[in-house]
Design a protein around this ligand. Structure first.
Ligand code: FEO
Length: 392
């Protein structure tokens, strides 16, 4: 399968409808994904990125239907992670002497993964590669998403090949942003940013400023996952600028796990209290043991305040709450408030433990937390509602 994007540029990637987990078991892909590879024809023919390893043979076979492999003059590796470089060893078996254009880190990372001494050509920001009437301009983009990442811009066609940046895990036959369900597209884009790019937001902001200051015309943004941005392509760049700026919506999210429903009742009473206090705020409740962790992280990303609750167990907290707090710590959210709660039967350490973890993760903790002995009675339920009203 291939898709002609312009007279010179063809999509030659793989649509992975079946994918449900990515990065091992770390990232849920409810809507599958695509691995986008692009063939650019000119006086010189260039392949940009490949696909994930399980599809290597299929990719090379399909590519050979589009172009004689010996006619590929250069390969650009914008990012060496296996979902984009996985088919490189199979391809290089056919064309072992083809130069590979990538960053210095790209060279190191490819060697580290595949142990091959291919003909690497190290590119830095501002370096160019002419292919006849058009040329590529390279821009290093470290941490979007690995230290090796770079963008490649094709003059004349006005296309930015941005690799992971501006991508999303969305399998579709219709590879353009204006041809898919807009709500699904938005959800997959914000989930991707929240779960993958949040820690690098400062670098995202700087890179966007740097790219915009070049004043290059952009007709298409071609990322390495999901749809190609052709309808108002800069809309996703503007979204990234917004998301990178300590993003929050008027939303409060309550995360909890529960054993015998006491902490669940606390969560629901807190939600009720918030709702009584503020009719406009979006309130969401997530049982951390039952909901997808990447969906939860997306809701945390959108929230101005989160509540986190767990009953006390073995002087600690339930494992699903501990797990999501570990995830939250790694992502380094900024400019968010938090409060803890939980029920207990005898020792009751959970709110203090959660509060300490939230502080360590950079949240402004509003209170030392609320704990309730056993099942909340009418009085304690009212206290939980008031806790929600006050903090919400
Ligand atoms: Fe899609 Fe960082 O790989």
């Amino acid at each position: 399968m291939s898709i002609k994007l312009t007279g010179k540029v063809t999509w030659v990637g793989k649509i992975d409808w079946e994918l449900r987990k990515f990065h091992g078991e770390e990232y849920s892909t409810h809507r599958g994904s695509t691995y986008n590879s692009y063939l650019v024809r000119g006086d010189k023919n260039v392949l940009i990125d490949t696909v994930w390893t399980p599809f290597a043979k299929e990719f090379v076979k399909n590519l050979a239907d589009v172009i004689n492999l010996q006619d590929i003059d250069y390969i650009i590796v914008n990012h060496s992670e296996a979902d984009h470089s996985g088919a490189l060893p199979e391809l290089m078996r056919h064309i072992p002497d083809t130069p590979i254009y990538c960053t210095r880190n790209g060279t190191k990372f490819l060697k580290g993964q595949y142990h091959q001494d291919w003909d690497f050509r190290v590119m830095k920001t501002g370096d160019k590669l002419s292919i006849g009437d058009n040329e590529f301009i390279f821009m290093e983009a470290p941490m979007l998403h690995w230290p090796d990442t770079m963008f490649s811009y094709l003059t004349g066609e006005n296309i930015l090949f941005s690799n992971d940046a501006f991508g999303q895990h969305l399998a579709t036959e219709h590879m353009y942003n204006d041809l898919v369900d807009q709500a699904e597209l938005h959800q997959e884009c914000i989930k991707y940013y929240a779960n993958i790019l949040t820690p690098f937001s400062r670098m995202v902001s700087r890179k966007i400023q740097e790219f915009v200051s070049l004043n290059l015309p952009v007709d298409l943004i071609c990322p390495s996952h999901g749809v190609i941005w052709r309808d108002n392509p800069l809309q996703i760049v503007n979204k990234y600028a917004e998301w990178a700026n300590d993003y929050q919506e008027n939303q409060i999210t309550i995360l909890y796990d529960t054993m015998w429903e006491s902490t669940q009742k606390m969560a629901e009473a807190i939600a009720q209290g918030i709702g009584e206090q503020d009719k406009d705020v979006t309130i969401k409740l997530y049982n951390t043991a039952r909901r997808d962790k990447n969906d939860i992280i997306t809701e945390v990303f959108k929230s101005k305040t989160i509540f986190v609750g767990s009953p006390t167990i073995n002087r600690g907290i339930l494992s699903s709450v501990a797990g999501i707090l570990e995830e939250i710590k790694g992502l380094g959210f900024k400019n968010k408030q938090a409060a803890a709660f939980g029920s207990y039967g005898w020792s009751g350490e959970s709110p203090q433990i959660i509060t300490a973890l939230l502080k360590e993760s950079g949240f402004h903790t509003i209170d030392e937390g609320l704990k309730v002995l056993w099942n909340p009675d009418e009085e304690n339920t009212a206290i939980c509602r008031e806790f929600g009203r006050q903090i919400g």
